[in-house]
Design a protein around this ligand. Structure first.
Ligand SMILES: C[S@@+](CC[C@H](N)C(=O)[O-])C[C@H]1O[C@@H](n2cnc3c(N)ncnc32)[C@H](O)[C@@H]1O
Length: 227
């Protein structure tokens, strides 16, 4: 059984210095969309978000850690605008190219480190993030900042791996949380001020892990509303 603090989103190892995710994701941008599991997971996350009625036609959306925009591009047609933010310039460049190819004009790709850049207050109707939280050090601080960046009535929806996702990444440089316990994350949502916090399973996949065994990994979506 996991320790009482496992998966609660608080980084315990010392991890100062340059963010390893910059090099990691810059180098993977070109092949990012070539993984069918990744593409279908983003589609399933978008479906759940749309099913819950979290995207509004006049809505300003922020996608944190957008990568090549797999999630942003799935939901943009239902929103006014999606600001798609990522640390890695090559990911953002790939998204810009896709927007141009698909004549999408309401997605604004932005290079930014969400752990360092301030977010605008009370701006967004919806903030989404897919598979990025496990790369961020202080998840509770991020939830608090997202709360402040939402309009009243706005929602935060985060998809990530369930605890224990150790072994999921072949290279785990830049991975600071090996998944999350849903109840710990739900507690963080509530403490940050969100109401109506709910979670559901979005997808599952079986992968070979370093010891040679196969392991089942599930992805959840958790969401809550700023009252
Ligand atoms: C696993 S990828 C997920 C990408 C995309 N959301 C998807 O589902 O395909 C994580 C993304 O988070 C970005 N990222 C990591 N740390 C970040 C930070 N501090 N600020 C902004 N983006 C970050 C990475 O560059 C990468 O594109």
């Amino acid at each position: 059984m996991a320790s009482p603090h496992a998966g609660d989103g608080v980084l315990r190892s010392t991890d100062a210095g340059e963010n390893p995710n910059l090099a990691r994701f810059n180098s993977r941008a070109k092949e990012w969309d070539q993984a069918p599991d990744r593409v279908s997971r983003a589609q399933m996350i978008a479906e759940r978000i749309l099913e819950q009625g979290l995207v509004h036609p006049h809505g300003e959306v922020l996608d944190i850690g957008c990568g090549t925009g797999l999630l942003s591009l799935e939901i943009q047609s239902q929103a006014l605008r999606v600001t798609a933010l990522d640390l890695a310039p090559r990911m953002v460049e790939a998204l810009k190219e896709k927007c141009a190819q698909q004549s999408v004009t309401n997605v604004e790709p932005v290079v930014a480190d969400v752990e360092r850049e301030p977010l605008p207050g009370g701006k967004y109707h919806l903030i989404v993030s897919s598979m990025t939280l496990h790369h961020l050090r202080d998840t509770y601080a991020l939830l608090q900042r997202c709360f402040d960046a939402l309009r009243p009535g706005g929602a935060l929806a985060v998809a990530d791996l369930d605890w224990d996702a150790s072994g999921y990444h072949k290279d785990d440089s830049g991975v600071v949380h090996p998944g999350f316990e849903r109840h710990n994350l739900a507690d963080q949502f509530s403490r940050a001020g969100f109401s109506g916090v709910k979670a559901t399973t979005v997808s599952e996949e079986v992968r070979s892990v370093p010891d040679g065994d196969e392991k089942r990994f599930t992805t959840f979506l958790i969401w809550g509303t700023r009252p």
